[in-house]
Design a protein around this ligand. Structure first.
Ligand code: MLT
Length: 405
């Protein structure tokens, strides 16, 4: 149970009944006042606006023990009784300063609701106030403020941290199988800024911005080091994390990615994609890219996945897509970085990946000391989604070796 510092409230005559003592209804107001004071001392009341989550009171039980009189000062203590995924139970206890007697206490049950009134996970900032943690269920996200942007993040399980960075123009759901299965690890899959359900602020997007967002997200989760798994653009961000926040990276999984910067032709391709998104929106990019992203075996045998990826791209916010295209176009070459990588590294590539083909993965393996390489048969560029069981098994084995090292 986590107890917050008390809030002192003075009893005034206008809160009292005809007999002169604090009336029952006034206790509700006093407890509510103490609660909001605690929230405002903690994460701040803006948190509710930022996260678009509202703590709705569902039930309140009050026990009155003693009368309180005008001039009494009550210390209201707030304690976390229980925290569920979407609910919170708090106990408020009013103790009179004069004689240290408990005057009343109340237990209040809250359910967190989103803008449509549906239950939604407890915001991390609120959980942190009580030194508690939130863990999500499949498809649910917690919103984390990492500076100038709020990210939607799927966080599951407990253990050492595994940060899962998706590629372009995808979102956190490419990791759904790994999120669901890699027990014993705290799996963290954010939507990068401008993608999925994260905010897409206008302005400059760069690999440095994405990497700094991830370092701040780890700060918010109170995690010092994580194994970082990056798919394609997620890999470019992992390289940038090594450059800028080396001490946060405990291990690397480089999936369907490469170290080289864009060629002149690649940069022209980025400009064409930017033009396409700006003129015809995300669905047009989805039509252009979906076949390139998925291997031919997946296209033949998993038509539902083709549709899933098409929809994933189509719902991406256009400013975020354009931002990511510019960031990839301008990214630095990371080849020089490879020889100095001294954390355990696994390179994974789909045999049918046409965007970052097996040859690119072999280059990574050869340049990174002590890297291992696995090629996944029958998968293209989005291996965690196309071959989920093989990839999750591979990750699990690698993570065990990192845990033991
Ligand atoms: C990705 O999957 O992140 C992109 O295909 C990478 C790229 O276009 O360079």
């Amino acid at each position: 149970m986590s107890r917050l510092p008390p809030v002192s409230v003075t009893v005034y005559p206008y809160d009292c009944d005809a007999y002169g003592h604090l009336d029952e209804a006034a206790f509700v107001r006093i407890f509510e006042q103490a609660r909001w004071e605690n929230f405002s001392r903690g994460p701040g009341l803006q948190m509710f606006r930022r996260t678009t989550v509202w703590p709705a009171v569902r039930k309140m039980t009050i026990e009155y023990h003693l009368p309180a009189w005008p001039g009494d000062v009550l210390d209201v203590h707030t304690t976390l009784v229980r925290m569920g995924r979407t609910s919170l139970e708090l106990r408020h206890t009013a103790i009179r300063q004069g004689d240290s007697q408990t005057v009343a206490d109340a237990v209040v049950l809250f359910v967190m609701i989103d803008g449509s009134g549906n239950p939604t996970p407890v915001p991390d900032e609120l959980a942190a106030l009580f030194s508690a943690r939130v863990s999500t269920r499949s498809g649910e996200v917690v919103r984390y403020d990492v500076g100038d942007v709020t990210l939607a993040v799927d966080v599951r399980g407990d253990g050492p941290a595994l940060l899962l960075l998706h590629g372009f123009p995808l979102d956190r759901t490419i990791w759904k199988h790994q999120l669901a299965t890699l027990a014993g690890w705290r799996r963290i899959a954010p939507d990068l800024r401008g993608m999925g359900a994260s905010e897409a602020p206008a302005g400059v997007y760069s690999m440095a911005t994405y990497a700094d967002d991830m370092a701040r997200l780890l700060d918010r989760l109170r995690i010092q080091r994580a194994v970082v798994a990056g798919l394609s653009m997620g890999g470019y961000i992992a390289f940038e994390l090594l450059r800028r926040h080396r001490d946060r990276v405990a291990g690397l999984i480089l999936c369907d990615t490469k170290a080289e910067a864009d060629s002149a032709e690649g940069k022209r391709g980025r400009d064409q994609s930017i033009e396409l998104v700006e003129s015809r929106g995300a669905p047009a990019l989805a039509e252009r890219m979906v076949q390139m992203l998925l291997g031919r075996t997946t296209q033949q045998t998993q038509p539902q996945l083709v549709q899933e990826v098409r929809e994933m791209i189509s719902r991406s916010p256009a400013p975020g897509l354009v931002g990511a295209l510019r960031a990839m176009k301008d990214r630095a070459d990371s080849t020089d970085l490879l020889g100095a990588i001294d954390v355990p590294t696994l390179v994974v590539v789909g045999q049918e990946d046409e965007i970052t083909p097996p040859a690119a993965a072999r280059k990574l393996k050869e340049a990174i000391p002590a890297a291992a390489l696995t090629t996944i048969a029958g998968a293209g560029h989005v291996t965690p989604l196309e071959a989920p069981i093989a990839v999750s098994r591979l990750f699990a084995e690698f993570l065990e070796s990192v845990r033991d090292s």
